[in-house]
Structure formats: C-alpha cells, structure tokens
Ligand binder design. Sequence first.
Ligand code: PLP
Length: 385
Amino acid sequence: MQVYLDNAATSYPKPEEVYEAVDRFMREIGVSSGRGAYRKALRADRIIYEARKSLAELFNIKDVARVVFAANATEALNLAMKGILSAGDHVITSQVEHNAVWRPLKRLERERNIEITQIPCLSDVSLKDPGSVKTAIKSNTKLVVMTHASNVSGAILPIGEIGKICTENGVPLLVDAAQTAGAFPIDAEADNIDLLAFTGHKSLLGPQGTGGLYIREGIQLEPLKEGGTGGDSILETQPDTLPDRYEAGTPNAAGLAGLRASIKFILSEGIQNIRKRESELTAYLLDRLGELDAVQIYGPQDPEKQVGVVSINIANYQPEEVGYVLDEVYGIMVRTGLHCAPCAHRTMGTIERGTLRISLGYFNTEAEIDHTVQALKQIASRGVR
Ligand SMILES: Cc1ncc(COP(=O)(O)O)c(C=O)c1O
C-alpha cells in the first residue's frame, strides 16, 4: 500500500480532469498566449482568462484582471512585499511565518531598513491576541502580512478579524494563503483582504509552477520583473494595465490549463464540502493518534481550528528516522524536519528536533490513516532499526 501524506508540500493525486487538461493543452494548443492573433493563440488566451475567472469566483474577487499569475506563492509574496515596502517602512507579521514571508522581510530589513514587528503566537502556533495587531500599528506601518494557516501545526489564524483591524486603520493586509486556498473558504471582500498570495499545487489541486496574487484596486506595487507582455510593445516601461504589469514573460499556459481544471473541480465539489471532508479526516487522524501513548501531537488538536496538517514526534526517535522507516517499510510518505518555517518551530518548542508532519488531502481515506497509525504503533513498540 502506498500512502501519500505530504499534501501540505504538494497535493497528490490530482483530479483526473487536471491531467487531461494539461495533456490536451500540450497536444492540441501548445502555443504562446497573449502574443499571437491566430485562432490557436486565442484559444490559449481564453484558457488563461478562464483560469483567472474561476479563481476570482473561488475567492470572491470582483475584477478578474486583478488576479495576477506567478510561479507559486513564494513569487507572489515576494512581488507583494518588495513591491509595496520602501525604505523606513514598518511591517507587522506573525511569529510563525514560512520562509517565503520571513526571508524576503529579513532581506528588506537589511537592504531597505524596514522595521519588522512580530505578533506573538501561542505554542500551538495560533495567534495570542489578534488585537495586538492594532496596538502594533504605527504611522509608518505600510503592511500587515500574515499566514492564513501554519504549514507546521495547521493552526488557522483569524484573518477576518485582522482584516477588519487593517481596514479600520488604513493598512493593507497581505494574506499567505498557501495552506488554505482550496481547503478553506476565502472571501477577499468579507475578509477585507487587500493582497492574497496563493499557490496552485497544494490544496488548489493544480500543477506545480502555478500560483498568483490578487491585488485590490488602489494598491500600488512596483513590479518584481520587467519584460515582454505581448501588448504595448512600444513602451520602454511595464504597462500600467493589469494583469500585464506583473506578468512579464511567457506564461505557464499548460500549467494554467491544469489549474483551470482543478478550480472547476473545487467549485463543483463546493469549498464547504471539501473543508468538511478534510475536517472529518483530521478529526479521525487526531483521534487515532491519541491512542498512541508514545506519540506527542503538536498544534491546536481541534479540526475546527486547523487545516489537515498535524505535526507529531514519537518518543525519543528523530523524526527523520521515523519518516525513513514509514517510507521504506510501510510505503507512507510524510515530511520530516523544520518544514521551511523555523519561526513556527521556535514558537512550538521543536526547533532542535523538528517534527514529523502528516498532511492530509481531499483524496485521503480513513483506511490510509489506519495503516499509518498501525505503522506508528509498531515503530513505537519495536524501534526504528
Ligand atoms: C505557509 C506557506 N507559505 C508559503 C509557501 C510557499 O509555497 P510555494 O512553495 O508554492 O511557493 C508554503 C509552501 O510550503 C507554505 O506552506
């Protein structure tokens, strides 16, 4: 039995329609989009437009053109933070951010002398007091950037509450939705999100190399890169119009064809139903792990307060040793170590050892969880060697 439990890294498998869409695009269209005026090129344009449109529907975004594609959440987050923060600006973030937020901020601190305030989090990686965002706001605060859910503990941060505080205080909110887009309902309007960074290959169930950024009207960003956009070729600067301003270079049209198919799948299943199923699986996993005395579980341990990500450790074993045996002996794929988020491990008290992360996806089953718990039980009693 092969069991894939590393969906927080990249979801696998994908809906059948996604494989078909990528294959069909490569074989039947396969040309550049946004450049040619012949019929095949227009078909490619149409597919990319529909991918944008379905994302706008999923996140309740009114202006489709304000969904800008990028290679992944990392590129989208870099565009947002580097595009908005200038010398001497102040930014507020949490204590548990992924390196995709933390490293660009640290670079901006070194190179643009920006000032960073980290809002404290509890050991389950949830936010201690959302109200502290308000207290931290200063006259030079230009951005609040926060993960929607931790990729280490699964804890969901109260983005709606923070969005309200940001709007009342006139500070834009950038949400890192890498772990929630496609797994948890996101409403850019109701949640007062000004910038939403997402990645296509995790819970959005699309191919790697896809992702993007929603940019609310009125938010001005400097582009991260310059280059060809297909139109306005006479200009020596990037055009002002969206999405072209931020999409220099030939897009990943085959990937976006796959993303269009995956978002259509999510919309037809219903995001609430997906969330419900993943919560059921999380509850089942937490219950079954609770049977094992040797297993320490981190995070909220409450399916209402987390996405399908659960970090654990077994007795005195290193997570890497356990992960190796899970794969080699039992065919179970999990991630071990620090999961690109040392800040979250420091908050959780696991910076020395890291954790073994089990991350569920929509297509996992209770039988796969049973197999995993049984394997962990055997490892805990027999050891890893
Ligand atoms: C919370 C969080 N933010 C950002 C990222 C970066 O996503 P990507 O690697 O797709 O750019 C990840 C991916 O692991 C993540 O979990």
